[in-house]
Design a binder for this molecule. Sequence first.
Ligand code: ITT
Length: 192
Amino acid sequence: MQQLIFATNNSHKLKEVAAKIEGKIKLYSLDDIGCYDDIAETGATFHENASIKSHFVHNKYKLNCFGDDSGLEVDALNGEPGVYSARYSGKPGDHTGNINKVLKKLGDTTNRKARFRTVISLIWDNKEHFFEGVIEGTIRHEPSGTKGFGYDPIFQPDGYTSTFAELSLEEKNNISHRAEAIEKLLAFLATV
Ligand code: ITT
């Protein structure tokens, strides 16, 4: 079985990806390989930040690996929070603060169109490959649901009446931005 390191410190991402690739690829976390470095995300785009994560781990361990950079893009906020999704409120990983900032900035704006985007940078046999996934939806006026992470309680995917935080991990994994990017990665790995 092919082996890959997922260069993330986000346990929710790890859980979603692990469920998606179980039985197909042997996945190792940063914890599994004893990597506890803080990888600074200094890029201006999802592609740059995903690449920073994968290259950091590849340079240090010389193993096949991938990084995921992802976030929420809200049309009425000119694409914010975008690459700043994790630290939008100022404090890294303050999901409640981030959600409140989006809701406050949106106010009662009627255009609530948004999307989640994931860009994966895979380094396989010393070459970099990108895979992208997007899911369109709308921003609710109030948070709802306790599952998932990040902005899931305010994001309602198109065609659904529930937020991501009201869906099970399996349901989210059937349609999410991350799942789409992982499916493309799996399709690529099936060819090498
Ligand atoms: P790593 O860099 O260690 O992978 P991170 O959480 O810092 O973890 P990102 O820099 O890619 O990851 O930031 C992504 C942020 O975007 C994340 O913290 C959430 O706030 C948001 N986000 C991304 N995917 C999401 C999802 O599926 N559901 C809800 N929020 C998501």
